[in-house]
Design a protein around this ligand. Structure first.
Ligand code: 2AM
Ligand code: CA
Ligand code: CA
Ligand code: CA
Length: 265
């Protein structure tokens, strides 16, 4: 029997509770209220409801911790060394279209470092979880990044810039550079799940620019604890600041980074 830390139990419990309303809302999409925060940036009553549950559950268990919430923004806590970084639905566009690839993402920062992460895909009941130094798991199973070492056998995921987001030209150059050398490039629409898939060895790597801390905070821990590498486009660790991220198994990270860099010129 796997013994999990109290911390991960708190995070997974909060995710499961919030997932109950998400699954209900997903079954009745026509009743949701949807508004736009910006061009192609949707938020629905389901996002708001799930975030409220997550915030309440996490606060109940760890009253002093601060928050960075996609919908609610920054909320300072008394405990300055801990901060939850929460996305109530990663993949809202999928969710609102009835495409089942969406998840809840809860990351925990400790003393400015990403320390733990939970990514929960409620429709597949896939609970990805990791804590620094303790490994990465999908439900009860320990995860390890893929062992593929050949570019031509590799599958990479990415994010396509959507309306209102800059970087179209750069992205097309990156895609052109990568797609000629690999078995496939996928765009699934949830950054958190893309990272979870790298951790699980389903894909060899993932890259995206223009992403937010709540899209990636949990997934970064999942990949690292599964033996993979995550950096910004310069090979450093300023992903939260730059909004740029390259994640891959140990074999593919350097080659992928190199391809992207030379594509950007
Ligand atoms: P969100 O669903 O929480 O907003 C994938 O490219 C990432 O971009 C997702 O993590 C998604 O997070 C975010 N995103 C925001 N608006 C998007 C859009 N219109 N299309 C695709 N992804 C979007
Ligand atoms: Ca959003
Ligand atoms: Ca979201
Ligand atoms: Ca998101």
């Amino acid at each position: 029997m796997l013994v999990r830390s109290a911390l991960l139990n708190v995070m997974m419990g909060a995710a499961r509770k919030a997932a109950r309303s998400l699954v209900r809302d997903y079954g009745e999409l026509e009743h949701l209220q949807v508004s736009m925060k910006g061009p192609a940036d949707f938020v629905s009553s389901a996002d708001i409801r799930a975030e409220k549950t997550l915030r309440a559950e996490l606060k109940k268990a760890r009253p002093g911790y601060g928050f960075l919430l996609e919908e609610g923004g920054e909320i300072a806590g008394d405990d300055k060394s801990h901060r939850w970084i929460v996305d109530p639905i990663d993949g809202t566009t999928n969710f609102l279209h009835g495409i089942p690839n969406f998840c809840i993402s809860i990351g925990l920062e400790r003393d400015g470092e990403l320390y733990a992460g939970v990514v929960y895909q409620p429709l597949g009941d896939e609970m990805f979880h990791a804590e620094k130094g303790m490994g990465s798991f999908l439900n009860e199973r320990r995860l390890r990044v893929s062992a593929r070492r050949k570019m031509e056998e590799s599958v990479f995921t990415t994010g396509i810039p959507f309306h209102g987001r800059p970087g179209h030209e750069v992205f097309l150059k990156e895609l052109a550079a990568v797609m000629g050398h690999v078995a496939g490039v996928r765009r699934f629409g949830s950054a958190a799940l893309d990272l979870a898939y790298v951790a699980a060895g389903r894909c060899e790597g993932y890259w995206e620019a223009g992403i937010k801390p709540w899209d990636i905070a949990a997934g970064v821990v999942l990949v690292r604890e599964a033996g993979g590498y995550v950096t910004d486009f310069d090979g450093g660790s300023r992903m939260l600041e730059t909004g740029e991220l390259v994640a891959a198994n140990d074999q593919m990270h350097q080659p992928l980074l190199k391809m992207l860099k030379s594509a950007r010129g």
